[in-house]
Ligand binder design. Sequence first.
Ligand code: SAM
Length: 401
Amino acid sequence: MASRPNFANETVWTGDCLNVLRGMNSACIDLIYLDPPFNSNRTYEAPIGSQAAGASFKDAWTLDDVDVHEHGELADRNPAAYSVIEAARQAHGKGMQSYLIFMAVRLTEMQRILKPSGSIYLHCDPTASHYLKLLMDGIFGTRSFQNEIIWSYRRWPSKQPRFQRMHDVLLFYGHRQKQFNVHYEPPSESYLKRFKGKTQVLDPETKSRKLVVDKPTKGMPWRDVWEMPVIPGSAKERTGYPTQKPLALLDRIIRASSNEGDWVFDPFCGCATALVAADRLKRKWAGVDLSPLAVKLVDARIATDRGQLPWGGAITPDGPPKRDDLGDLPNYRTHRHRLYGEQEGVCAGCDTHFPFRVMDVDHILPRAKGGTDHPDNLQLLCSGCNRSKGAKTMAEWRAAQ
Ligand SMILES: C[S@@+](CC[C@H](N)C(=O)[O-])C[C@H]1O[C@@H](n2cnc3c(N)ncnc32)[C@H](O)[C@@H]1O
């Protein structure tokens, strides 16, 4: 069931999208577009003098870049995604493992905030698209997979001895009830010539023969290969933001998978291309980026775009939203994931590795003896050790062994 968003239209947060995602109500977004770092092993910087000067982000990964508790959280909440990441670590190494942990934890939250009628487009490239598709299958379900869209473009060729790498990948997932508007691209010249601009339909009797009916053709429904130029250096829309995507690309996604008044969310919004496109199409929108420059660019781009129309600037809350679709949150048990990651799955009592499901959070100093729910007073024990420890302190329990 869809719920009400707990934030205002036209909001942009500065910070890690994970914190924002965790604070968002469940099932409140119609369309998510994300264009996260691709694990390209590079650091991106905007050119000095461009509208985006000062913007930069690192896209190279080590296990230090992910919070230990994210690892534990995945082991519990999504064993399928956890297995994919383990396989990627063996095939590709720890850099890919760290990147996929980063992505999986955030994608799990995105799955939660998407309405049952919602859609998600994950923009990536062949560096990690094959692993990301497995992750998406694990998180959103194979039945939600709709398309692998190829965005094909031309750019300066490289000298590498292989075919030129000139495409990005968009993984599109949505449930059966998802919103989808069919649009058409113009028919090819050969079609126009051959059928004189008329429509070809399937013969209702034979279901195999095609008939030409006397109706002008609408063209060809959009395919999953999109031939679309990258933003030329001289284009008005270019801000200089590294990895900026063309408005035409976002326009197509938003038109296909949402209607006026729907909510569009971009958790890695960069220079806000998705938000600007959503604004043009009269969708409600919100976004997040680590870089404080994102807010400035959203404000500048939308002000230019709206021209004379009123625009007071994006709403920029100080911190992440607070969910109001839950009752009281559970207290100490919410530390289970972090502890599993920190202890690397090993019980603090018997030093043995256990699956997440048999681990319990234990108060080192029991509450009956004045112990608190403070994280420093918590540890994970396997259920056997936990039962045996009961209301003893750790020291009392060890002495009794
Ligand atoms: C590929 S760019 C997005 C470009 C954007 N689609 C556009 O057209 O401008 C990725 C963005 O993700 C941001 N980013 C990286 N890690 C993030 C995180 N944990 N939370 C939010 N934003 C993050 C970077 O600052 C960068 O702006």
